[in-house]
Write a protein that binds this ligand. Structure first.
Ligand SMILES: NC(=O)c1ccc[n+]([C@@H]2O[C@H](COP(=O)([O-])OP(=O)(O)OC[C@H]3O[C@@H](n4cnc5c(N)ncnc54)[C@H](O)[C@@H]3O)[C@@H](O)[C@H]2O)c1
Length: 315
């Protein structure tokens, strides 16, 4: 199999890339190394892949690069490139979200229209749901994002679907519920909590800490991507990809205390655009993709702590 991974130097894209190379696939990675976080982290993410003869890195922006040649001979596309992060998506920075999340996806889909690809798996997000009192979240619930980021991810998801309906581009959208583990982005909660725990810094808890999330370990998210590419029944559909358990921020702190010792907590007001609770209903993914998340939060957090220790993060 030949694959194109967009956002290949990012947290999830690099993890998919490594799995594909391990499966013996040929992989073309494209990434423009946005400065949303330190690009040396992204270089480290793909340093292993760069040693593989099966990997080609194209350093380019999907908004500018000639995409059809990148799709030449490609069977599977994993579209992970995006401007991530909810909190920065307000105000004048929104144009960055439009550019990297919506316009880039539309350019990719236009190119895919005339190609021979067998699957395009799009990285959507649980943030398309917004704040709904009805949990667990089912794919058929009306999406109602409460952040500009969620709006941009939903717009791109709709684009994927309409290129499937109108032009037969074989798209699948995976709505990830907070992914974590080794290589997690430095702006994400667990990474910040662990870094602070390891260095003795303060951990900011927004709101009362009773907000809950469905956390998905990275290897489970990667497996879901491979299954979405392989499964015939997946085309044209949307699937929730969650970790299968819902846990509050306060419970996460208790697990971290067990791993790192006493923590230095600081409470702040809840943030606009942050949803209160997420919990995925994953029956569709389980049935069609054979999805069965394997790593729970206590083990997953221990593995993220181990990874951050291996980077030399310490007091
Ligand atoms: N991490 C999560 O918990 C989570 C949850 C839901 C959805 N997602 C989605 O999963 C995908 C991957 O997220 P991540 O956490 O790995 O983020 P990330 O920021 O680590 O990776 C995204 C990569 O895309 C690249 N990129 C951005 N715009 C580009 C463009 N126009 N052309 C080429 N490269 C571009 C960036 O440089 C970056 O390396 C994103 O689409 C994100 O919206 C992530």
């Amino acid at each position: 199999m030949k694959c194109l991974v967009t956002g290949a130097a990012g947290f999830i894209g690099s993890s998919i890339t490594d799995r594909l190379l391990g499966m013996g696939c040929e992989v073309v990675g494209v990434d423009c190394f946005t400065d949303y976080y330190d690009t040396s982290i992204k270089r480290a993410n793909i340093s292993g892949a760069m040693k593989s003869s099966g990997f080609t890195m194209v350093e380019a922006d999907l908004n500018e690069v000639d995409i059809p040649p990148l799709l030449d001979g490609v069977d599977w596309v994993f579209h992970e490139a995006a401007q991530a992060g909810v909190r920065m998506s307000w105000g004048s920075y929104f144009d960055t979200y439009v550019r990297h999340n919506i316009l880039a996806t539309q350019r990719l889909l236009e190119a895919a229209k005339g190609s021979q690809i067998k699957r395009l798996v799009y990285a959507s997000s649980s943030s398309v749901y917004g704040d709904t009192p009805e949990l667990p979240l089912v794919e058929t619930a009306r999406p109602d994002p409460i952040s500009p980021y969620g709006v941009s991810k939903l717009a791109a998801e709709h684009l994927c679907h309409l290129y499937f309906v109108n032009f037969g581009v074989p798209t699948v959208s995976l709505r990830y519920f907070t992914v974590y583990g080794p290589r997690q982005r430095p702006d994400m909660g667990f990474n910040k909590f662990i870094a602070a725990g390891l260095t003795g810094g303060e951990i900011a808890i927004f709101g009362d800490g009773e907000q809950t999330r469905d956390f998905t370990f990275i290897s489970d998210a990667v497996t879901a991507n491979i299954s979405a590419a392989q499964s015939d029944g997946a085309v044209g559909r949307v699937f929730n990809i969650g970790g299968g358990s819902r846990i509050s921020v306060n419970e996460v702190m208790n697990i971290l205390r067990g791993l790192l010792g006493e923590l230095n907590l600081r409470h702040e007001d809840a943030q606009k655009g942050d949803v209160r609770d997420t919990m995925s209903e994953t029956t569709a993914a389980r049935t069609v993709l054979g999805y069965a998340p394997k790593v729970g939060v206590p083990e997953g957090l221990a593995r993220e702590v181990e990874w951050m220790r291996s980077l030399g993060v310490s007091r």
